[in-house]
Design a protein around this ligand. Structure first.
Ligand code: COA
Length: 416
């Protein structure tokens, strides 16, 4: 099977999570991703959150599949020369260093264009141009600065960060989209370009419904928010809305059988207008179909607490899976709250390659996420992450044309 990006070479100068997420996606689509790492050290995540002494961490192995590792000290003369050759040879340079780090290394955008006008240079930074452009940024800072934290959580609680890594992995996704667009554009123009994905912008892009609500506030209270039914006044900014649905169909997380002891015995339940009558029948409230307080969506909005209370009285008599089995055939949109344990063990996710088991020489078998996007002509075989410098000689020789003597000398000088 051919691969969508098997003609593309990536100089992967990324580390931690955001950049590696991006280059892993490109590698899954078939690109030759050459991960450049500092000799003897490598990507800091190799040795972070270590669960197995002497082995690369799961943090690293799960973000660097299908890549080759080249060790290179880009601050030495020899290292700079190798990097120059890589820039001339590759199609895309991806980096997520702190602002200015690449310039300090001697590889400004101007210099890269001189070396290879077709080069696409793609960067993740915490912020775009503006007052914060020089700041270093990690995941939760991006979630806070991008609007996610202020709109996540309950009204009477602290702002909350989410477990989904929308700042890092989310921005990696955005960057991959930018790179693929620049590659397509290069086919027409022959020119490379800069691609920038600031983490704040990426998080805000994912929080667009909250910016929508910010503007809707001018027209009055947000009637689908629980606080409207509770008679709590709205302030000037989009409030935290707990588990209220972010769309036009009210929804909540409700307890299911076993909730007292199982922290994940819950279901998400959406009172979609189209199936209101079926919901009334399922929960044993057929009289609500025609009731003057419940018959239409606008009538129901001030009564959402009461409505979801009645639905929860019913869901608490069923397991989260029974709720799904009963509601699905009736087209009532519900979904169980699945734990990581349940997802890791779910056979259908293994069957589609969304969760894969890999064999690693230091760790043995481990679970990882597979490619979440499926292409009919681009089957993704998830390969384990590389050991530090595992492919240095192969890349220096086969890709960059160094002979054995030159490689030995680069090694001796500490450049690789
Ligand atoms: N050879 C020689 N030097 C190397 C090297 C190599 N192969 N790889 C990295 N370095 C150097 C860099 O040039 C830099 O040196 P300098 O500070 O003298 O210019 C240094 O290593 C450290 O890089 P830096 O990016 O500053 O790492 P950090 O650990 O201090 O900061 C982040 C980490 C994530 C906070 C920072 O990189 C950042 O803000 N990145 C952009 C936003 C981002 O992606 N954040 C999310 C990460 S998941």
């Amino acid at each position: 099977m051919s691969k969508a990006l098997d003609h593309i070479k990536i100089l992967d100068f990324t580390h931690v999570q955001s950049g590696p997420t991006c280059t892993q996606l490109l590698a899954w689509m078939g690109a030759d991703v050459i991960k450049v790492e500092r000799p003897g050290v490598g990507d800091a995540t190799r040795k972070q959150l270590v669960d197995m002494e002497g082995a690369d961490s799961l943090y690293f192995t799960m973000l660097n599949h299908n890549k080759r590792s080249l060790t290179l000290n880009s601050k030495t003369e020899g290292g700079k020369e190798v990097l120059e050759r890589l820039v001339k040879t590759c199609d895309v340079l991806v980096e997520n260093f702190a602002p200015g780090a690449l310039d300090r290394m001697g590889f400004s955008w101007e210099r890269i264009q001189e070396l290879n006008p077709r080069m696409i240079m793609a960067s993740v930074k915490g912020f775009g141009p503006g007052p914060y452009e020089d700041c270093k940024v990690y995941e939760n800072v991006a979630q806070c600065a991008g609007g996610a934290a202020s709109t996540t959580g309950f009204r009477d609680g602290l702002p909350l960060v989410t477990g989904a890594q929308i700042g890092d992995s989310g921005t990696g996704l955005h960057l991959a989209f930018g790179i693929c667009s620049a590659l397509i554009h290069r086919e027409k123009t022959g020119r490379g370009q800069r691609v920038l994905a600031p983490m704040q912008d990426g998080v805000l892009n994912l929080c667009r419904v909250k910016l929508r609500d910010q503007q809707r506030l001018k027209a009055g209270p947000l009637k689908e928010y629980s606080q409207y039914g509770e008679g709590v006044a709205f302030g000037e900014a989009t409030p935290r809305a707990g588990n209220d649905s972010g769309g036009g169909q009210p929804g909540r997380i409700l307890k299911c059988k076993g909730w007292e002891t199982d922290p994940d015995a819950y279901t998400y339940f959406i009172t979609q207008a189209a199936v209101w009558e079926k919901i009334c029948d399922v929960i044993g409230k057929p009289e609500w179909k025609e009731h003057p307080d419940y018959a239409t969506p606008p009538l129901r909005l001030p009564h959402l607490n009461e409505i979801f209370g009645a639905i929860e009285d019913w869901t608490m008599t069923k397991t989260k899976y029974e709720v799904m089995e009963i509601c699905n055939p009736l087209d009532i949109p519900v979904g169980p709250i699945l734990s990581m344990k349940e997802l890791a063990e779910e056979p259908s996710l293994r069957a589609t390659g969304t969760i894969v088991e890999c064999e690693h020489p230091e760790r043995g078998p481990y679970l990882s996420v597979g490619c979440p996007v499926k292409l009919s002509d681009n089957e993704v075989v998830v390969e384990r992450s590389p050991l530090l410098g595992e492919h240095s000689e192969e890349i220096l020789g086969e890709v960059l044309g160094y002979d054995a003597e030159e490689i030995a000398s680069l090694k001796e000088s500490g450049a690789v």
